[in-house]
Design a protein around this ligand. Sequence first.
Ligand code: HEC
Length: 129
Amino acid sequence: MKPIKILPLLCLFALIYSAVATTDDAWTAPARAAAKKNPIAADAASIGRGKTVYTAECVTCHGASGKGDGPQAKDLEKNPGNLTKLQGQSPGALFWKVTEGRKPMPSLGQKLTEQQRWDVVNYIQTLSK
Ligand code: HEC
């Protein structure tokens, strides 16, 4: 009889664990990173450079419109989300996410220069307009 009594308890723990894991899943930039000021003016030149970076490094997953419908998106373990709905995330927060990445989103801090990362942040902020 014992295992049968333990089973509901195990289910309860699994339920609580998955709830905690889901809450933990939100991807939020640390406050210090989010407060970082963008040193690169979001002018046409920067946005143009950012588009080039985006087309080379981001479009396979995020899609040309930024809606997460790039050709590689369906093969990822997680949807890339919607870059047209960044809900007021600061440029610093976006810069941090591009720099750090979070699986399967690659960490691009080594591959892209600091300027390229700010340029691509300036570009993705135009996708919602
Ligand atoms: C291999 C596919 C892939 C590539 C390439 C990629 N991303 Fe992502 N990206 C993702 C995934 C998946 C997520 C969601 C990660 C999560 O929520 O844990 C994400 C999340 C993001 C977010 C956070 C969105 C939010 O709602 O907070 C930003 C910003 C972002 N990516 C920008 C970029 C930029 C800019 C590039 C190119 C320089 C890029 N990504 C390249 C897959 C990718």
